[in-house]
Design a protein around this ligand. Structure first.
Ligand code: LMR
Length: 401
């Protein structure tokens, strides 16, 4: 290599804390290996199948589509309308003109658009993240040039919400700054706000003039499609302005199709139009315009009553299986002599993830000695546990405790 090589100084980056685990898992030759890292749903056979409603919609689209022309910068208006109804509800009471929806490649794409918007339109604004939060959040916003700060959220000792700390920290966020909230199924803890807490936080943010950005990637995986949206809808009724980054990776199983959206609600039709025009600038210089296939599938399903009801049943099956695995995990750990009740907090958590309380050393031992892959923070993807694997998993956890 000559010293003139412009790339010779580039250092190796660390593996991604979540997707890097999937790569390491793929290389692992242990036949008993279990991947409980990345948030992907697995069925009883340990597969992540294409939902039946998705297959039907996809077949229809492939038969009827006649062109691969570009979508517009903000994506398909039909898709925007179904997303708005699903997230905010169709009797929401916010006039359509006050809510703009831009299509984005997954929830990550939507968050990045929000980050680019904050960086360009609200320069110097800090974005407050929960402690802990999804490992990719700080990276997305740092790449967009947005400074982040942390608010208290999780009480590790009680395995629950530190509501007092959370509220006090939000009271300290300066006016005009932004706060990222998890709409439901908090990632990584699975610990959510209760309705009265959403109500109080909404009032507080409105009074302080703080801008909420809600990450809403798991609608339907917590308590139900409408139930999971109740908190953010309550918030939207209180604050003048709000962003929501949504994703259909999990609830439609469309992971690799990259389907999501960013919703912007403001006080007036005029402000919304202005925000939308700036969001389009952010999109154009990033991914130019969104991919069409996955969003067409979502639009087809939500617009067809029979397909919609089939999808809702499939979503219920996924949610019920996750909650069943939570109960089984706790039961089988207790069978192995783990103190009764000591893992009951897992039953109260919601969504795909359980913040197990396992230490990084214990996580490391699980990986090295048992080929069980979970995130260093101790986050377990409960949606990845199967009946075939649960005993091996619980034996391994009991042995490292
Ligand atoms: C996760 O947290 O595992 C998922 O959101 C997938 C990802 O991209 O990290």
């Amino acid at each position: 290599m000559t010293s003139a090589s412009p790339l010779s100084h580039v250092e190796a980056a660390p593996a991604d804390p979540i997707l890097g685990l999937s790569a390491a898992f793929a290389r692992d030759g242990n036949p008993d290996k279990i991947n409980l890292g990345v948030g992907e749903y697995r069925d009883v056979r340990n597969d992540t199948p294409i939902l039946a409603a998705v297959s039907t919609a996809q077949t229809r689209i492939l038969k009827s589509e006649t062109s691969k022309r570009y979508l517009s910068i903000d994506g398909s208006p039909e898709y925007g309308a179904v997303v708005r109804d699903l997230v905010l509800g169709n009797n929401f009471g916010i006039e359509d003109e006050r809510c703009a929806v831009v299509q984005a490649p997954g929830g990550t794409g939507a968050l990045r658009v929000a980050g680019d918007f904050i960086h360009t339109q609200l320069p110097g604004t800090r974005l407050w993240l929960s402690d802990p939060t999804w490992a990719n959040h700080p990276k997305i916003f740092s790449a967009a040039g947005v400074e982040t700060a942390e608010y208290r959220y999780y009480d590790a000792h009680a395995h629950g919400l530190d509501y007092d700390g959370f509220r006090r920290d939000l009271e300290k966020v300066p006016a005009g700054e932004a706060v990222l909230l998890h709409g439901c199924c908090h990632n990584p803890t699975g610990v959510d706000l209760q309705p009265d807490q959403w109500d109080e936080i909404g009032g507080l943010l409105a009074a302080r003039g703080v801008l909420p950005l809600v990450d809403f990637a798991y609608q339907g995986f917590g308590n139900g499609l409408e139930e999971d949206a109740a908190g953010l809808r309550m918030l939207a009724r209180q604050v003048p302005d709000l962003f929501v980054a949504n994703s259909f990776s999990k609830n439609f199983g469309l992971y690799r199709e990259r389907v999501g959206a960013l919703l912007a609600v403001t006080e007036s039709a005029e402000a919304t139009a202005n925000v939308l025009s700036q969001l389009k600038i952010c999109i154009r210089s990033n991914f130019s315009n969104p991919p069409a296939h996955g969003s067409a599938i979502v639009t087809e399903i939500l617009g067809d009553p029979a397909l919609r009801s089939q999808w809702l049943s499939e979503l219920t099956v996924m949610r019920d299986r996750i909650n069943g695995m939570r109960a089984l995990l706790v039961e089988r750990l207790e069978d192995r002599g783990v103190a009764k009740g000591s893992f009951d907090f897992i039953l109260d958590q919601r969504g795909m993830f359980s913040f197990s309380g396992l230490s990084p050393e214990q996580v490391d031992r699980l990986r090295k000695e048992y080929a069980i892959y979970i995130v260093d923070s101790g986050r377990i993807n409960v949606a990845g546990i199967t009946l075939d694997a649960v005993d091996y998993l619980c034996d391994a956890i009991a042995s490292v405790l």
